[in-house]
Design a binder for this molecule. Sequence first.
Ligand code: NAD
Ligand code: TYD
Length: 339
Amino acid sequence: MKDNSTLLVTGGAGFIGSNFIIYWLNKYPESKIINLDSLTYAGNLSSLKTVEDNPNYTFIEGNITNSELVDKIMDDVDVVVHFAAESHVDRSILDPGIFLETNVLGTHVLLASALKNKIDRFHHISTDEVFGSLELGNPNSKFSESTAYDPRSPYSASKASSDHLVRAYGETYGLNYTITNCSNNYGELQYPEKFIPLAITNLMEGKKIPVYGDGLQVRDWLYVQDHCDAIDRVLHSDKSQETYVVGGLTKEVPNIEIVKMIVEIMGKDETQIEYVKDRAGHDRRYSVDWSKINKELGWKPTVSFEEGLKKTIEWYQLNQEWWKPLKIDSKDFFAKNYD
Ligand code: NAD
Ligand code: TYD
């Protein structure tokens, strides 16, 4: 792709989207970004303060399910980078309907418009959760590009549907697409309902950290900047109709160990940890074999988990005005989820 391309970024006011926009405009100052975001509870324009006056950045408040609006915007676009989604598994358990509307129907609206407007590339941001759950205790079993889909939550089922639709548009209509299925991200600007920022901010507020079930679940954590780098490499490759799985850790750290690391870095004690009722259908383990993107595009994670966790804790300590109002906004969700 050309360095002066115009990108339509959907969901750019969310966690990964805002990190991506800041990363991209910094690295490719000649490119233009249109950020289409409906500003749900998870969308936050204060995450984008550093770019809001950049003449190459435009924000449009709107819903990806609005085909008239999407068509109008797509007219000037070269590349779509599609982040917009309902992304929280616990919310999908409480209220699945909106996940289907945004993640499935919204993706379809974007695909149809991308095809009509002959955009150069549709890059779809997806998750490793589409592959389901791995057993604990077998470090050699990992998700790869050839793993069969087996989603187990309404969130992952909706993301799996969106992946299938993207591929269907590629196979049936020749849309030029790429997909990345990435593992759990963490880092600055993550909404404080998700596990790592929830743990950090709860400790700062003198509250306990809720650990679901036995706390032995394993996720494959990737620092968000490394995810941005992976997307960058895929966008700059000449690949089409291609999928890459993207992951982080090389050693497995169960949730309870992560909480203990956070407690230790923050100088608190383990009485701040509280085991709570398990999540329904809780996936046991995720682990990603990212050798394809490593071999073909030279990508690998660069930030160790220890280093990334320290940076993340420091960011939440320095940016309390960013997350404190969000925790107040989420009061009803917290009351329902941790009843
Ligand atoms: P997020 O929940 O922080 O942000 C989602 C953004 O999408 C918000 O700004 C929200 O306002 C916007 N949005 C939601 N519905 C919309 C709609 N109908 N129209 C327009 N905008 C809408 O999510 P995130 O963690 O940044 O995840 C971004 C993408 O990456 C998602 O597609 C998610 O499935 C995927 N992903 C996330 C992770 C992770 O660990 N967070 C890992 C792998 C993949
Ligand atoms: P989360 O950040 O919601 O990501 P995902 O469910 O998409 O992997 O959760 C990460 C892990 O942390 C997951 O195993 C669930 C667990 N978890 C808790 O133990 N307690 C919590 O309060 C939350 C939000 C998550």
